[in-house]
Design a protein around this ligand. Structure first.
Ligand code: XMP
Length: 247
């Protein structure tokens, strides 16, 4: 079986958009998730599932969602921002694999060796790890933008993601300067880390600008799923983003 990064690269030929499947209605989370996947599958490369679905749904219901996503050629990313000791991280990984996930988002705050152990455990399962480097929300600077005696926190997290051989990193599309800085550094170092960026649309960032600033994948939730016509919105956004990548 191919690695998570290879599977993403294959899916990226069609789209660079990761759909954040965050329900706004509580009527039926399962129907909501499967309905949205069916509606926009053609225009996205992956789905990101957050606590919106992971907490209310059962393992078999989540599995139904990931199986449908896989049938449609989409990768499945668990957004749990994992940040714990080795043993707990491994158990979380095992459960996520049972649910059909291909990758997990993790917080490098856990430390370099713990993150490395997580990445190794994930790779053994053909899963991937995407490490937070700088989040998209306004007060993200209070953590990721902290200056320590060693360096800025986000640069330390970027270094940990490289050392641990993570598959990707998260930098908010709203953090234009950080995105440009880290993308430049990534190219200089020649490290194969994909940059995933949430923050497009409702949080204020523009997808094409983020792609130009160095994002490899745009994580988009409300701007697509709350649109009057999610399929049309996803198609338009993806066409614009794909044009930016081929320019
Ligand atoms: P919207 O509706 O704003 O949804 O497009 C964004 C989705 O992404 C999550 N989010 C993040 N996840 N690092 C992450 O791992 C981040 O910096 C970040 N910012 C937003 C958010 O929870 C939602 O699912």
């Amino acid at each position: 079986m191919t690695s998570f990064s290879e599977r993403m690269a294959k899916a990226a030929k069609k789209s660079r958009i990761v759909l954040a499947l965050d329900p706004v209605s509580r009527k039926s989370n399962l129907k909501y998730a499967t309905g949205n996947i069916r509606a926009v599958a053609e225009h996205v490369c992956a789905v990101k599932i957050n606590f919106h679905l992971l907490l209310p749904l059962s393992t078999s219901q989540i599995k139904e969602i990931t199986e449908l996503a896989h049938d449609k050629g989409l990768q499945c990313i668990a957004d749990i921002k994992l940040n714990d000791i080795d043993n707990t991280n491994e158990i979380a990984l095992e459960q996520l694999q049972k649910m059909g996930f291909d990758a997990v988002i993790a917080n490098p705050f856990m430390g370099t060796s713990t993150l490395t152990a997580l990445v190794q455990a994930a790779h053994k399962k053909n899963m991937g790890v995407i490490a937070l480097v700088y989040m998209s929300h306004p007060d993200a600077s209070e953590g990721y933008g902290l200056e320590t005696s060693e360096d800025m926190m986000y640069r330390i997290f970027f270094g940990r993601a490289i050392t641990a051989r993570a598959d990707g990193i998260i930098i908010g599309a709203t953090q234009s300067e950080i995105l440009k800085e880290i993308s430049k550094k990534k190219k200089e170092l020649g490290v194969p880390l994909d940059v995933y960026s949430p923050g497009v649309g409702v949080q204020g960032a523009d997808a094409v600008t983020a792609a130009k600033n160095g994002s490899d994948y745009l994580i988009v939730g409300r701007a697509i799923i709350e649109a009057r016509d999610p399929a049309k919105q996803a198609r338009q956004m993806n066409e614009e983003v794909m044009r930016a990548f081929s320019a």
